[in-house]
Every structure is written in structure tokens, then in C-alpha cells.
Write a protein that binds this ligand. Structure first.
Ligand code: HEM
Length: 410
């Protein structure tokens, strides 16, 4: 069998490539990328099991999640792994990014590895944002209302993006379907594709090692296989044990089913978006766009193009005062905003667009007390399909509902 495969595939070359020595000074921080990959796979596997029972419709989603958490064997555990795994993923990916910054691993020739890494970070955050809506409970609904409203403030394309996200003018059945499709089809394909390219670059350029390596030391460390692989696998097992313990003992929150008429609800995003949420409080009225669009976009673009902005050849951290200062200020700032966001009571900003009545259908403010949108009463087995036309599309402003009952469909 081995000979058969050897004659057909470059297995010997592949094995030699894997056994090539890494740079000498490699520590545990170099396993963070592998841990991120492990979590991505864990999320895919646990998500696939959850999908056996989940149903992406406003009528069934909350019930399905309750059923998974209370009735399905190991359901609460698998949901726990998926839920806490998502937070772990954000933490590990951010730590991996910081490791890359501190050791100057983004510098030439690894600019493309970095750019694909930043795209992966965006995909990871995209998983978080789209997944948050799926349980269709109060926090899911209202955080998404705020999130979409923030997207709508982007100049030019904002309204269009918000409309595409909602699948109409209100958050409802089509929004849930879209978020589910993004969460389970679009983003996973994108993530695994991007990881493939990211890892190709990682292997192609080889590990950057620690900055103190001399040119000779770059080729005299332990081999990637089996030594580094063994350490990575131990790290994955430790991470899994921690996650499994949390999943067993800390229940995943599930609030009451989403109620679009609950005007008193205090919308709150997942903890890793809290800093953005908190940022909104400092920019009101005409300056709101600074918090919703300008600062996050400029921050992301600076991060994306970091290797082209910092072209100095110095790699040792204490010889890079600007990099050290910018990184520390960003980390402290984001941490502070997150803590402030977590401890603050309510988001108190005013959405001028809503006040001026330019967004009639959504009826929701980015912050403060959201106004209740129109209530639609739906019979138990009705609302199988709900195609809504916007008010602009209908000259007289009426909204049509094409609702087919199960009986009608049969
Ligand atoms: C799902 C997300 C990610 C996965 C699965 C992943 C995976 C990996 C792996 C396995 C490595 C090699 C081992 C290591 O150096 O830790 C690596 C290296 C690297 N990653 Fe990532 N990564 C992800 C996100 C990111 C992000 C967000 C960035 C930065 C913005 C980034 C930038 C880099 C760079 C520049 C290297 C080369 C490091 C070197 O040569 O020393 N990665 N990544």
C-alpha cells in the first residue's frame, strides 16, 4: 500500500518538508495558530450536530434551542462547547494576532500571511455576529436590531447593506434565514478557504521564529513533525478539557423568545463587540458616524495594512517604541471600553436618522429605548413564507404579506 501511494504521490518529499527544522527559539505562543485551527474545526463539528435539531424560523428557532438544551442527549453539552468555543476562538485568535505583532512576524516577506489573517479575524467576528441571532431570544433580536442599524449608518451603501442583512425592512423570518445561511454555509466556506491560503503562506515562508534568532539558528530548531505537532496536540487537548469543563458546568444563557414589541429591552451584544457598543456613547448627533463607521473602519484598515505602514527592519520589541505604544494603547483602550460597556446600564445615544424619520420601517434607535415596531400577529401554523415588500417599493406605503398556511401548501 505504502509503495503504491509512494509511486503515485510525492509522499517522501512531503514527509521531508514536514520534518524540516523550525527556528531555534519557538515557544508555546507559536501554538496559538494551531489552537485557532482546532477551535474552527470544533465549531464546525459541534455546529453540524446542532443543525440536526435547529430550525431557522422565528416560530421554531427558540423552541428548537430549548429542546436541544433540555431534551436532546448531550445537547446542552454540545451547545455549551459551541457557545463557549466561540468566545475561546475570539480570545485565541486575538492572542495569536498579538503574538504575531510582538514578534514582528507580519514583516516582509509575510505581509500576505498577515492580510489573510486579518480577513480570518473578520470572518471569526462574522460568525459571532450571525450566530448571536440564531437562538431568537430577546438579546439575539435586539442586539441584531442595533447591529444592523449601525451598519445602516455607513455612508452611501449603509441602507443597502442593512436591507440586504434584514432581507427587507424589518428583522424577521428572512433575516433569520439569511443569518443562518451566512453562519452555516457562506462563512464556513470562506473560513476554511482563507485558512487554507493562510497555512500555505505559513509553510511557504516558514516560521519567523523569535526575533533574537541568528540566521544560523533559523534552521537548527526542533522539526515541525513530530515535535511541534506533538506540542500543538497537547495544547489542543488542554484547551478541549477546559472548554468541556466550562460547557458541563456553566449553562448557556437563553432568554425569553424575541418580542419585537418589548420597547424596554436593553440591547447588548456579545462581549467581544461591547467595546464598539461603548464607543457609540461618546459620539452623538452628527458625530455618531464617527463611532459607528469612521473609527471602526479606519482601525480595521490600519490593521489590514500594518505590514506596509511599519516597514522598519527592527524586529526586537524594545527597539520598536511606536509599535509597542500603539499596541499597548489599543489593547488597554479596547479592554477599558469592554469593561465600561459590560458594567454600564444602558446605551444612551440618539440616532438622528431615526429621529428625523428617515428610516420609517425599522423604528429602532441605535441606543436608548428602542421604539416598538409594528406588531404582526401570526397564527400557530401560519407564516410559512413571509415575503415583504418595502414601503418604497409600494407606492401607497402598504406592506403586503404573502402568507401561506400549511394546509394551503398541501
Ligand atoms: C481562524 C483564524 C486563524 C488561524 C486558524 C490561524 C492559523 C495559523 C497557524 C496554524 C499558524 C502557524 C503557527 C503559528 O505561528 O502560530 C499561523 C501563523 C501566522 N498567522 Fe495565523 N491564524 C489565524 C488568524 C490570524 C490572524 C487574525 C492574524 C493576524 C492578523 C494571523 C497572522 C499570522 C501570521 C503573520 C503568521 C506567521 C507567523 C510566523 O511565521 O511566525 N493569523 N496562523
Amino acid at each position: 500500500m505504502r509503495q503504491f501511494l509512494n509511486e503515485r504521490l510525492p509522499l517522501t518529499e512531503f514527509s521531508e518538508h514536514l520534518r524540516k527544522p523550525l527556528p531555534k527559539h519557538i515557544n508555546l505562543l507559536f501554538s496559538l495558530g494551531s489552537l485557532a485551527m482546532f477551535l474552527l474545526i470544533l465549531q464546525a463539528v459541534t455546529g453540524a450536530f446542532l443543525a440536526f435539531y435547529y430550525s431557522p424560523s422565528p416560530e421554531h428557532a427558540h423552541n428548537a434551542v430549548t429542546y436541544i438544551s433540555t431534551e436532546v442527549p448531550f445537547g446542552a453539552f454540545v451547545r455549551g462547547l459551541h457557545h463557549w468555543g466561540a468566545s475561546a476562538m475570539v480570545i485565541i485568535v486575538v492572542l495569536h494576532l498579538l503574538r504575531v505583532v510582538l514578534y514582528s512576524s507580519y514583516k516582509a516577506p509575510r505581509e500576505l500571511t498577515w492580510i489573510f489573517g486579518v480577513l480570518l479575524l473578520l470572518v471569526v467576528l462574522g460568525f459571532g455576529f450571525t450566530g448571536y441571532l440564531l437562538p431568537w431570544d430577546e438579546k439575539a433580536y435586539w442586539a441584531t436590531v442595533v447591529g444592523v442599524e449601525i451598519a445602516s449608518t455607513a455612508p452611501g451603501l449603509g441602507d443597502f447593506v442593512a436591507k440586504v442583512m434584514r432581507g427587507g425592512t424589518e428583522i424577521g423570518a428572512v433575516t433569520l434565514s439569511r443569518f443562518y445561511a451566512l453562519h452555516t454555509i457562506w462563512l464556513p466556506w470562506l473560513a476554511f478557504g482563507l485558512v487554507g491560503v493562510h497555512l500555505f503562506f505559513v509553510r511557504y515562508y516558514g516560521s519567523s521564529g523569535k526575533p533574537e534568532n541568528t540566521p544560523e539558528e533559523m534552521k537548527t530548531g526542533k522539526p515541525f513533525y513530530p515535535d511541534q505537532v506533538f506540542e500543538d496536540v497537547v495544547g489542543m487537548l488542554v484547551l478541549f478539557v477546559i472548554l468541556a469543563t466550562v460547557a458541563l458546568f456553566v449553562p448557556v444563557p437563553l432568554e425569553d423568545v424575541a418580542d419585537p414589541t418589548n420597547a424596554d429591552y436593553d440591547p447588548r451584544p456579545e462581549w467581544y463587540f461591547l467595546f464598539l457598543f461603548q464607543l457609540l456613547k461618546y459620539f452623538q448627533g452628527p458625530f455618531e458616524i464617527l463611532g459607528t463607521f469612521v473609527i471602526p473602519t479606519v482601525g480595521m484598515l490600519l490593521l489590514l495594512f500594518l505590514p506596509f505602514l511599519d516597514r522598519s527592519e527592527r524586529t526586537v520589541l524594545w527597539k520598536r517604541p511606536i509599535a509597542l505604544t500603539v499596541t499597548s494603547v489599543s489593547v488597554v483602550g479596547i479592554t477599558l471600553l469592554t469593561l465600561l460597556g459590560a458594567s454600564s446600564k444602558k446605551l444612551e445615544t440618539t440616532d438622528t436618522a431615526v429621529q428625523e424619520g428617515t428610516q420609517p420601517a425599522q423604528n429602532v434607535q441605535i441606543g436608548g429605548t428602542p421604539e416598538a415596531p409594528k406588531v404582526e400577529t401570526v397564527e400557530a401554523n401560519e407564516a410559512v413564507f413571509d415575503f415583504q415588500l418595502t414601503e418604497e417599493e409600494l407606492e401607497d406605503g402598504a406592506v403586503f404579506d404573502f402568507q401561506l398556511t400549511v394546509e394551503e401548501l398541501q
